[in-house]
Design a protein around this ligand. Structure first.
Ligand code: FES
Ligand code: FES
Length: 159
């Protein structure tokens, strides 16, 4: 077992983990962060996306021990105090989801995308979320939601 410590959604946790434990399993099973979901066994779907030191990563592709000392944000910590993050609000308002299974990872990927590109075009959104698969929506409303959130995040940043 290895002893690791990481800050997750603003709280520091220290735990013993097996060296083979994936970050997504550590988050869900040890820390109870079940908002981060597992959609595949192949690193393809992106449903498990979280932010690791500010960058979107598929948490099924990272070992928990690799995140030792890091700052992790999950969908549960994106908006403090029960308020919706502009990205969550836009997905809700523009119907960027149906079953919702891809949504936590999609939103985490989209927030990172907008941080890097505050005014993404249609194609840039599609390219930015290409690692996140959605079986339900056909993506059109997701693209619109990401662009609406980007506008709101820019306005908020300028205020
Ligand atoms: S569960 Fe991580 S990419 Fe599918
Ligand atoms: S909303 Fe169902 S997989 Fe995306």
């Amino acid at each position: 077992m290895s002893r690791i410590s990481m800050r997750v959604d603003g709280v520091t946790y220290t735990d013993e983990v097996e060296p083979r434990t994936l970050l997504v399993h550590h988050l869900r099973e040890q820390l109870g962060k079940v908002g981060t979901v597992v959609g595949c066994d192949t690193s393809n779907c992106g449903a498990c996306t979280v932010h690791l030191d500010g960058e979107a990563v598929k948490s099924c592709t990272v070992l928990a021990v690799q995140a030792d000392g890091s700052d992790v944000t999950t969908i549960e910590g994106l908006a403090p105090d029960g308020a919706l993050h502009p990205m969550q609000k836009a997905f809700h308002e523009l119907h960027g989801l149906q079953c919702g299974y891809c949504t936590p990872g999609m939103i985490m990927a989209a927030v990172d995308l907008v941080a890097d590109n505050p005014d993404p075009s249609d194609d840039e959104v599609r390219e930015g979320i290409e690692g996140n698969l959605c079986r339900c929506t056909g993506y059109q409303n997701i693209v619109r939601a990401v662009q609406q959130a980007a506008r709101e995040m820019n306005t908020g940043a300028q205020a």
